[in-house]
Design a protein around this ligand. Structure first.
Ligand code: PEP
Ligand code: MN
Length: 337
């Protein structure tokens, strides 16, 4: 159960409420969430009558949330969360296009592709700087220099940027990155999530390759519980027995997530399929399924890409996805700006 307290309640009154619950064997945890004072109640909350609770002068409302995730649940917050990044709204009426290379490879490469994807309809630029590769012999990313080149491209082309953070120690290095991505491999790195819950920046949380919807939502819960309400979820394919595609794109998660949570949901058709030929059809299907945006790998010259060339599309194909995607978005009452 989530109890929303009156904004003027004092610390002493909160402590008294907590003690009152404790006397009834109910654990109450106070959190400050998005300028709201909340008590999260755990234990045998069935015995509590929410109407009786809201009679208390210090309590505005009480909502029963039976799922293990609370703050991310639609039961707790009915209206969609809209994450604002510069002028871009993620989770609103428009489907947001995020595009760029798997990795930042040089200052010139990211500058060129940034200009091209922006011109073709990208609202946000992506670029990996610390790459989580399965082999230590593969390109690991340009690290701090990569972040620097990405930030330079952002400033020159006036477009927000997103990049994946590898660990807590790099948080300061990402101070000019608009959205911090938590990659599939880090979805359950709870210490990283706790640290990111304390910063004032949107977090793009990718689904782990073997994680359930509930686990994804519980990871998002860490971010919200720690005080960061600006969380964007991303389906990027899961591991199955199928080998024909890099992962299996679980598109049914999109409408299901939209029902279970108020957070925006993106789809990454590039890592989900691992095959550039499948990126366009899956992008269009993702828009039709209700995704709030796409995260697509677009490279200047995929043949010589230092990572994920096989799933990266060229700029003209990206432009095509934006144009066709807009028509599909229009059919379901949305748009692509
Ligand atoms: C990426 O987006 O660059 C990436 C590595 O994705 P994932 O974490 O989904 O594998
Ligand atoms: Mn990649």
């Amino acid at each position: 159960m989530i109890v929303t307290l009156n904004k003027n309640i004092s610390k002493k009154e909160i402590d008294e409420l907590i003690k009152g619950f404790k006397d009834k064997q109910i654990e109450a945890e106070f959190i400050d969430f998005n300028n709201n004072k909340l008590l999260l109640l755990f234990g045998e909350t069935e015995m509590i009558d929410e109407n009786a609770l809201s009679n208390n002068e210090f309590i505005d409302k009480a909502v029963r949330v039976s799922t293990p995730y609370k703050l991310v649940s639609r039961n707790f917050k009915e209206e969609d969360t809209i994450v604002k990044v510069g002028d871009v709204l993620i989770g609103g009426k428009d489907v947001v296009m995020i595009a760029g290379p798997c990795s930042v490879e040089s200052k010139e490469q990211i500058d060129e592709i940034c200009g091209l994807v922006k011109e073709s309809g990208a609202n946000i630029l992506r670029g990996g700087t610390y790459k989580p590769r399965k082999s230590p012999y593969y390109f690991q990313g340009l690290g701090q220099d990569g972040v620097k080149y990405l930030v330079e491209a952002k400033k020159k082309h006036a477009i927000p940027i997103v990049s994946e953070i590898p660990s807590i120690e790099k948080i300061d290095e990402f101070k000019d990155v608009d959205i911090i991505q938590v990659g599939a491999r880090n979805m359950q790195n709870y210490e990283l999530l706790k640290a990111l819950s304390k910063i004032d920046k949107p977090i793009l949380l990718k689904r782990g390759m073997s994680n359930t919807i509930e686990e994804l939502l519980m990871s998002a819960e860490y971010l919200l519980k720690g005080g960061n309400p600006n969380v964007i979820l991303c389906e990027r394919g899961i591991r199955t027995f199928e080998k024909a595609t890099r992962n299996t794109l679980d598109l049914s998660i999109v409408p299901l997530l939209k029902k279970l949570t108020h957070l925006p949901v993106l789809v990454d058709p590039s890592h989900a399929t691992g095959n550039w030929e499948l990126v366009e059809p899956m992008s269009l299907a993702a828009i039709a399924s209700g995704a709030d945006g796409l995260l697509i790998e677009v490279h200047n010259n995929p043949t010589i890409a230092l990572s994920d060339g096989g799933q990266s599309i060229k700029v003209d194909r990206f432009k095509n996805i934006v144009e066709k995607g807009r028509k599909i978005a229009n059919i379901i009452g949305r748009d692509i700006k």
